[in-house]
Design a protein around this ligand. Structure first.
Ligand code: DGT
Ligand code: MG
Ligand code: MG
Length: 293
């Protein structure tokens, strides 16, 4: 290509490569969903249709980007994790974030009518999402990140469930309910729910209490004592293999595309989830379940 006199402007573009060999989490969050949830009449505190729509859009993102290992969603946010060995877009931050945000938003809008058939989207109230990429240096910290989001889900859901019960069923004003809940701990909220409304919080649906985790399904491993330790040891070994070759990357992508993408509502804080699904942290595809071979 001939050099034009304008070409110098390219030098203004800044590199934004994320560090090698680190987990990359792209977290997206709905913009102004407080207002949007009112506009389209989302049920308080949890609208199953809204959560199912978030999950459906996230599952499509997982299918389109086989480099993703796991995604976790709650409320109007989703976190998508790329494995440390990921080389997609040379690990350029803006490319990764904008691809995820736009793919997610595209599907969210495309699938809206399936979940809200009677409430069409209106111009001026179109959903949009922001996004950012954060790097985490090892699997332990990646897991702590995921635990942080799931604990947040639990804390917010317990608060919101109690608050909206007090308002919608208990007839309290928003301010009075807020005032009464100020400074309460989990057991106080559990007690309010049980004593005043006969609700045992433990029996609430897992999608609300635990959020949603999306991953590729392979044959589950039997949990053996000490297996999480093995994982840790593997983790601390320096990455001898370095960057996988282009053909290796393509082979892994192909294998990942064969696996079914599943949506689950389970504890991701304890070891069991990760021990039984070692492919999530290792990035190496597992064995496909017999029936889907
Ligand atoms: P932002 O993210 O700074 O642009 O502002 P928002 O308004 O999106 O606030 P954020 O992300 O902190 O909180 C999420 C909002 O979305 C929150 O106001 C409640 C609403 N929301 C999310 N899921 C549901 C749902 O299932 N039902 C209802 N009623 N509201 C929901
Ligand atoms: Mg938001
Ligand atoms: Mg949010």
């Amino acid at each position: 290509m001939a050099n034009s006199k304008y070409e110098y402007v390219k030098s203004f573009e800044q590199p934004d490569l994320l560090l090698p060999n680190t987990w990359i989490v792209v977290r997206i969050d709905g913009r102004g969903f407080h207002k949007l949830s009112d506009r389209y009449g989302f049920i308080k505190p949890n609208d199953r249709r809204a959560l199912d729509l978030m999950n459906a859009a996230a599952a499509e993102v997982m299918k389109e980007l086989p480099d993703l290992c796991i995604a976790y969603g709650v409320s109007d946010e989703f976190s998508f994790a790329f494995h440390p060995s990921c080389q997609l877009f040379e690990r350029r931050s803006a490319k990764l974030v904008t691809t995820i945000v736009s793919t997610f938003t595209g599907y969210y809008i495309y699938l809206w009518g399936t979940y809200f058939p009677d409430t069409p989207l209106q111009p001026g109230g179109l959903p949009s999402f922001d996004g950012r990429a954060v790097m985490y240096p090892n699997s332990r910290i990646l897991r702590d990140y995921m635990s942080w989001r799931q604990v947040d889900c639990h804390i917010n859901n317990l608060y919101n469930t109690t608050f909206w019960m007090m308002v919608l069923k208990g007839g309290m004003s928003n301010t009075d309910a807020e005032q009464e809940l100020k400074g309460t701990i989990s057991s106080d909220k559990n007690e309010i729910l049980f004593k005043r409304f006969g609700i045992n919080y433990n029996n609430e649906e897992d999608i609300y209490k635990k959020g949603s985790v999306i991953y590729r399904q392979y044959q589950l491993e039997d949990v053996k004592a000490g297996s999480s330790k093995e994982q840790e040891e593997e983790e601390t070994t320096p990455l001898q293999a370095g960057i996988p070759s282009k053909s290796q990357q393509e082979k892994i992508r192909k294998l990942r595309r064969k696996a079914q993408v599943v949506v689950d509502h389970v504890d991701i804080i304890r070891d069991e989830f990760w021990d039984r699904r070692p492919w999530i942290l290792s990035g190496k595809p597992g064995r496909l379940p017999a029936e889907s071979k």
